[in-house]
Design a protein around this ligand. Structure first.
Ligand code: GLY
Length: 390
């Protein structure tokens, strides 16, 4: 009997190994260079109130405070370095840059608490089971929930935005994962329902027939739409690349958390729009907007490429029809990002890992610079890729 069990386990291991695809990316090398950059980043950042963000126009590093929506990505990336290497020094650094965000758990002026708290604390808790990380996340998730108004059935993105009474941006889909975690942890159905209601109203109002997404939707009470527009994209009618990335990542996560097919269909519709788009370049790293006015003479957005790659790798695990297509596209994106075209030389690029992202081109800010969230989603995608390959 024992022999049969051993034989069966052996066969299972062999068949899983054969089912796995062979890695075409040198993941060790990619993490080695990331580790060197972030070792230098830590050495140049002794002050835990200055969070690395991007590069200024004059070439100097741009640091931001903990209130900034990107403050959680550095700590999150340090956790990914710990996950890959298992080295204690990353755990120590990650813990410091995570707990440096503690006061943001009371911040009710932003919808970005998922990015700010769940990326660092959530990864920290997943990897260490440190129970000290639970309270800041539960408090933070409840702060985020204060921005949900049942009259609209949506979480409000910004307190003020032009003539919008109640602006909601597609990016907000990314903060729902935090609510799912807190709902499970605290057994709080209210948080779960907020995430579902927000995602359902976003499907109704944020998307065009071709599954591309508007950036901003301005609402009136009763989920009535007053205006659809852009903030960071090229035009109200355009497909801003990072917005499409938040959308496909967000609905893939919605399917993971609920197993509701409607979210899988939405994610696959968005994926189809992106992958078949005639303006997606050969190396699969998008321009900052699929409809930017001077294509092909426009900047790429490595951050959107990294988010797409991470989302497509997860989606490849759920899709029946397009599993291989999503995997291959993500692999092409990661191959490009890991190449010298996008990965910086060690000691350059203000110690960020990736070059060539765009934050807000119409606002003339962060154009063709490294940005901290590109690094975060790149490391996440590499880890996902590692799990799917041998
Ligand atoms: N959440 C803002 C951005 O993606 O730039």
């Amino acid at each position: 009997m024992k022999k049969i069990t051993i034989l069966f386990s052996l066969l299972l291991v062999i068949s899983i190994a054969f089912a796995q695809k062979k890695s075409v990316i040198n993941i060790d090398k990619a993490f080695e260079s990331a580790a060197k950059q972030y070792t230098n980043m830590l050495a140049t950042h002794p002050d835990l109130t200055k969070f690395p963000q991007s590069t200024k126009k004059n070439g100097e590093i741009d640091n931001r405070t903990s209130e900034w929506w990107c403050s959680g990505f550095f700590g999150g990336s340090l956790w990914y370095l710990y996950e890959f290497t298992g080295e204690d020094k990353w755990k120590v650094a990650a813990d410091k840059w995570t707990t440096a965000l503690d006061k943001e758990k009371h911040n009710t002026r932003t919808h970005d608490l998922g990015f700010m708290l769940y990326c660092p604390y959530g990864n920290g808790y997943r990897l260490t089971q440190n129970t000290a990380y639970i309270e800041p996340m539960l408090t933070g998730a409840n702060s985020l929930a204060t921005r949900f108004n049942p009259k609209y059935g949506l979480i409000k993105s910004w307190d003020k935005h032009a003539d919008c009474e109640y602006p909601v941006i597609i990016d907000n889909m990314m903060n729902l994962e935090f609510l799912f975690w807190a709902a499970k942890q605290a057994k709080d159905k209210k948080l779960y329902d907020i995430a579902i209601t927000h995602a359902d109203n976003t499907i109704k109002h944020h998307f065009r027939k071709d599954y591309s997404s508007y950036h901003v939707v301005c609402y009136l009470p009763g989920t009535k739409v007053f205006r659809k527009k852009t903030h960071q994209g090229a035009a109200d009618s355009s497909a801003w690349a990072r917005g499409q990335a938040w959308a496909v990542y967000g609905y893939t996560m919605m399917y993971r958390e609920t197993k509701n097919k409607k979210y899988l269909n939405q994610a696959e519709g968005i994926a189809k729009f992106i992958i078949n788009h005639p303006n997606l370049p050969k190396d699969k790293i998008p321009y900052w907007d699929f409809d930017a006015p001077n294509l092909p003479n426009e900047e790429r957005d490595a951050s959107a490429g990294a988010i797409f790659a991470s989302a497509f790798l997860e989606l490849s695990g759920y899709s029946k029809k397009n599993k291989d297509l999503y995997f291959t596209t993500a692999e092409q994106m990661l191959t490009s990002l890991a190449s010298p075209a996008y990965t910086a030389n060690v000691n350059e690029n203000n110690n960020f890992i990736l070059k060539h992202s765009v934050g807000h081109k119409p606002g003339n800010s962060e154009i063709n610079t490294p940005i901290v969230y590109a690094d975060y989603y790149y490391l996440e995608a590499l880890l996902r890729y590692k799990k799917l390959t041998k």
